[in-house]
Design a protein around this ligand. Sequence first.
Ligand SMILES: [Zn+2]
Length: 489
Amino acid sequence: MARRLLACLALCALAACSDAPRSPIRYVVLISLDTVRADALGCYDASATKSPSIDRLANLGVRFEHAITAAPTTLASHASIMTGRYPHAHGVPRNGFVLHPDNITLAEIFAQRGYATAAFLGSFALDKPFGLDQGFQLYDARFTTELGTAGVDQSQRSASEVTDSALRWFDETRPERAFVFLHYFDAHAPYAPKDSGLPPVTLDTLSRRALAHQQRWISSPPGWEAPLLSGLPRELIGRVDGTPLDAFDAQIEAQYAAEIAEIDTQLERVFRVFGTPERAADTLIVVTADHGESFHEHADFFNHGLWLHETTVHVPLILRAPGLAPRSVAQPVSSVDLAPTVLELAGIDSMVAFDGVSLVPLARGEARPRGPVFSEATQPTHPSFERGAWANALKPSCIVDGRWKLIRAPYLGLEQLFDLESDPHERVDLLARGDAGAPPNLSELRARLDAWEHTARPLPSNFSREQADEVARRLRELGYTEGLPPKER
Ligand SMILES: [Zn+2]
C-alpha cells in the first residue's frame, strides 16, 4: 500500500508540474535491438559486419563503450530500461510475468508531460498482457510475419513491418512532441535472413548444436533445454575454452549478422525521418539492446539468460541529442541509467526514484565515477530455483566495477572473477587459478554484490494468468522454454 501511495504521489507530482520541459527536445526515439551484442556492430568492433546506419549515428553521438544490461532476458531487461530499476525492484524476474502497475515507466512520465507516446513492438515477449504498455497511448503489437512455406508466425514481425508502422503513425499524426519506442526482434533466434543465400538456422538446429558442443567437453551432456530449467552442470563451466567446434559455428554467426544487417537497413529509414539536420536540433535518438547472445564461447551455448558473460550482458548504448558532442565513454554503465538520462536530456525533473543515475555528465565529458553496475540471470526457471522473496536470488548475479567483474552463481556455489581489461573475452577465471591473480579489492567486490542483493524489494509479479497456456505456447515458439508457468510444470 505504501508503494502504491508513493507511486501515486510521484505521478501526481508530475501532473502538478506539467509545465513545458526546459529542453529543445521534442522527440525521443528509443530503439531497442533485441538480442544484439555490442560487438556485433561495426561501431563497437571493427571486425564485426558493418552496420553503416548505426555506425554513422554512433559517429555523431555519444557511444558508451561498456553498457551492461540489468538482466539478459527480454521482458525483465525492457522493464529495467523503462523504469530505471533493477529487476529485483520492478519485480519482473523473466519472460511471461506482468510488470506491476505501481512501477512508473518512461512512457507514463512522458505522457504526463504532454508527449504523444507510441510503441511499435517486434515480439510477443513484450505484448500488452505483460504490462510494459503502461503509459503508451498507442501500443502497436500486431505480430504476423510471413515465413514462406512455413506459414505465418503470430508471435513476431519483421524490422520492415515495425518501421512501416512507426513511420506511418508519425506521418499521419505529426505530434508536437513524442516518445517513440521501436523494438526490433529480428536478431533473436531463429535466424532466417532474407538474402543470405543460406538455409535458416532454426531453434532445432541450435538445440542440436548446443548438445554437440557440450559433448565435446563432458561425458553426460544435458542438452540445450534442460539447463534452462535445471541449471548448467558445474563441470561444464570450467572447461569450455571458447574455440569453435567447426565451420558451422561461423555460419550461424553469419546468419545472425545478416539479421542485424536487415535491421540496420530499416534503421536508415528511421534516421532519414528523425536524424535529419533539422530534427537533430530537437530529437534525442537512443539505440540500445536488451541483451546479447552466447554462441560457442561459453558453457551457456546459444542462450541468453543462464549466465552473465559479456556475450549476453554487454549491449550497445548510443545517444544522439542536441548539445551532446560526439565522444566515447569508457566507464561501465547500466541499462537502468537510461531512464534518468533520457529524462534529464528532455529537461524533465520526474521526482521518481531510480536505481540508475543520469549519464548526462559522462556524456558531456565530465570526469565523474559512475560506480559499480550489476546484472542478474533469469534462468534456471524450475520452481526449486524460484522460492523465497526474490525469484532470481539463487541464479547468477554479477558486479562490474571498472575492469573487474565478479560473477556469483549461488545454485552452484560458484564464483568467477575476470579482469575485463586484460581478458575481455573472459577466458581466465582468476578465482579458479587461486586468489593470487585476484585484485586487492576482491572482498570489496563481494561486499558490494552482497549489499546490492540485499536491496531486493520486488514489487509483486506473477506469470501472466491471462491465457497462461497460450502465453507459454507463444513464448515457446519464440524459443523461450522459460515461458512455462511455474505452477503447471
Ligand atoms: Zn530479448
